[in-house]
Design a protein around this ligand. Sequence first.
Ligand code: UDP
Length: 496
Amino acid sequence: MAEIKEHIVMFPFMAQGHIIPFLALAQQLEQKKGCTITLINTPFNIKKLSSSLPPNTTIRLLEIPFKSSDHGLPSDAENTNSLSYHLILKLFQASLSLKPSFRNLMHGLVHERNGLRRPVCMITDIFFGWTIEIAHEFGMSHAVFSTVGGFGMACYYSLCLHLPHLKAKSGEYEFTLPDFPEAKKFHISQLSESLKLSNGTDPFSVFVHKAFNECMKTDGMVINTVEELDKTGLMYLRKIFKLPVWAVGPLLLSSGNGTKRAGKEFGLAQEALKNWLDSKPPRSVLYISFGSQNTVSKSQMMQLAMALESSGKNFIWVVRPPLEYDVDSEFKEKEWFPEGFVQRIKAQNKGLIVEKWAPQVEILSHKATSAFLSHCGWNSVIESLVHGVPLLGWPMASEQFFNVKYLVEQVGVCVEVARGKSCEVQKENIVAKLESVMNETEKGKQMRRKASEAKEIIRDAMKDEEGYKGCSTKALEDFLTAAAMSYRVEENSGLK
Ligand code: UDP
């Protein structure tokens, strides 16, 4: 197929779990298909991105004006990872104020006379449904990009759209979703806190409900998953959405994770981390991270630390301040961990504690890594499976509960360790789950086999060889063809 050198505008929500896969998609469109990409975000995120893009990239970064302090946020707070949980909602609400500036930017791009082709298509975040009317106004086709997998997205979408009808009767803890009655039952504890408490009337659910409804007007959805791995979820999603859904995953950055930071920001130089992993036997290290915005409570952290120590497993643990502390709190080992824990694990060379942020993909791709204790944000899931690493799931918010349900029930690569940020966890229970996955138990062997199968499926999907294209490679081409054709239709209809 000839390369389609189109100009595409991309606009992710301001969170690492969104910016990273958007950038990975931008790189694929640029490197594999020769597209011109304009990636839009707020000034602080653009500054971070510009320092982490590879030097030879043609991706154009464009700032959209935004002043966080105008919205009751700390200054320069333009990304969920620098906000405590209660402020994240404010960033979502503030994002609605970007609409007039976004329209101005599109006007500028469409009328730009700098040798660039006019943009044919706009790919924006699932939380930016309001961009769709602007895309159509300027004669561009529009695609929503879901950074969440098919099953998680379908469940979350269905739940949000049906919430008013799902009001849980008191005493009823299980429910089915009207869009997919054949799925195994869901449990009320698989709803995020806000949804559970408010039945969908809390401000975040209201925001999401509106955004999802607006997204129904898009021309199609691009999604970071793999058709062969996520068949049921994609079937559900297409049923709700009734529009093309192109599964183009896994979207992984070609160099690092595009958010490279100085070694000292990791709390540990990257080189030292690699040396430590190199010194460990194959498949002996547990990697623990709850993503870029979630964290556990202090008592959960204590139990987890005790479990790690008593299991005797090697581990790398990315620690964000517990729920009771400010997101920027300094590291307080005496308050967060059992007495002497940090010194003991150092002395025994058993574990590494990394403050706030670690080079996740590098850790997951290392042969010493055995399993990943994760909140099961979708990027983490994909990054783990692409390296054949089984998961211990501890979902905390939004669609993560459904990701875990899917990985446990349908893919067989995950054991659920705990659910939510307020549940009681016991160290004995964590140890038993760790051992069932990491030891040479029947369960452990089976999960490793399934994770290796998932890895093969994912790698096959990415193939682009003479005479053979994997399903994700084909889907990306189909998407581009549809995007370009839809634009030509607009062109012919005189909209230009
Ligand atoms: N990430 C990372 N280092 C960390 C924590 C997160 O590199 O210490 C990256 C991770 O590789 C993934 C993204 O941040 O690409 C997190 O996305 P995910 O969907 O897993 O979770 P979210 O942060 O959106 O809850």
